[in-house]
Design a binder for this molecule. Structure first.
Ligand code: HEM
Length: 118
């Protein structure tokens, strides 16, 4: 009796493309913050950039500063080329867990402002 209970079929919130997508929490990503094991979050995707550190044209320092955390802003601030964006794919390991995303447009989590209160 082999127990082959992969949760392949569960629908929930997975992107349709691939049911084997892995999800990581920010906390899990945070553990990978050193040069021998470095992960980054960019646009809610998780990358293992350990192999890339010494190849980065912008140097490994800047990557290490961000290792284990969300580098979306720094990545965008630099204005990385399309090439750079394509390189990301090679290091992709999974998605940021839904609960840890920055609620761009999901659920009913709306921030109320009082702009129109007259
Ligand atoms: C895995 C993520 C990243 C990849 C694949 C990547 C890739 C690249 C590539 C290919 C370049 C050459 C210029 C270009 O094509 O745009 C570059 C330059 C640069 N990157 Fe990144 N990068 C990453 C993350 C970051 C992060 C998080 C930072 C900042 C904290 C950063 C800072 C820089 C800087 C400052 C340069 C400019 C270097 C120069 O022109 O002297 N990069 N990066």
């Amino acid at each position: 009796m082999g127990e082959e209970m992969k949760n392949k079929s569960s629908s929930n919130h997975l992107p349709a493309e691939d049911s084997d997508v892995k999800f990581f929490t920010r906390e899990e990503v945070h553990a990978h913050n050193m040069s021998k094991d470095a992960w980054l979050i960019i646009h809610d995707k998780v990358y293992d950039i350990t192999r890339f550190l010494e190849e980065h044209p912008g140097g490994e320092e800047v990557l290490l500063e961000q290792a284990g955390s969300d580098a979306t802003e720094s990545f965008e601030d630099v204005g990385h080329s399309t090439d750079a964006r394509e390189m990301l794919q090679q290091y992709y390991i999974g998605e940021l867990h839904q609960d840890d995303r920055k609620n761009e447009c999901k659920k009913e989590v709306y921030i109320t402002t009082s702009k129109d209160s007259r």
